[in-house]
Write a protein that binds this ligand. Sequence first.
Ligand code: AP5
Ligand code: MG
Length: 214
Amino acid sequence: MKIIMLGAPGAGKGTQAKMIAAKYGIPHVSTGDIFRANIKNGTELGKKAKTYMDAGQLVPDSLTVDLLIDRISQDDCANGYVLDGFPRTIPQAQCLEDALAARGESVDYAINVEVPDSNIVNRMGGRRACVTCGATYHIVHIPPKKEGICDKCGSGLILRDDDKPETVQNRLKVYHEQTQPLIDFYSKKGVLKEVDGTQEMNAVFEDIVKILGA
Ligand code: AP5
Ligand code: MG
């Protein structure tokens, strides 16, 4: 099962992608997480990506596409995967289509998690993330058991550098200009599914399971 998560920054793509990955036993592949791991490890890729991410801009396709295609070519992706944060532009979606078509494959579902901009800024300010294992929390909606500590691995939680209100506004602008057109792209391919992302996290997941099948 090859699934793409679509939605604005903070819509809950990562939250839902992790739940899908756990239930269906497929890898969760997040380009944002891959970049953040590279930043944490001080790699060349991380240094390049950070300047764009901190400004709320997209990392150039030249740094993103090959990385993603390599990742989904690994053995653990043989039975499918859930992509979170990729594709983000029409050229990225086209590269993915071409790479899959070369293997006789295609995307099965593009799930758009719909949340209006007015809800987003509030969600982002409350987000806390674990840089060690990638788990995400919200200080009000989805709090960790112990404040500032990851339930899953015990590491400290951080506020992402790009979750400052002014950067969030820029990410939303970039989303509307460059990523929202993908909704139409996947609708035309007949694989688009929409879910109401303003519901509580488990209700959103129930709607996704109805689409994917138990
Ligand atoms: P990325 O890491 O992909 O960030 P994003 O798309 O901006 O999305 P977020 O991770 O911020 O939000 P999310 O939808 O995953 O929401 P979450 O589940 O955390 O990308 C970061 C940057 O990397 C980009 O800006 C770009 O620079 C670069 N990049 C990455 N991929 C790229 C690509 N392909 N091309 C170019 N550049 C790329 O939820 C948000 C918060 O809400 C959390 O606190 C969560 O706990 C809470 N929450 C979740 N669901 C609910 C709910 N139902 N109710 C209440 N709260 C909820
Ligand atoms: Mg995310």
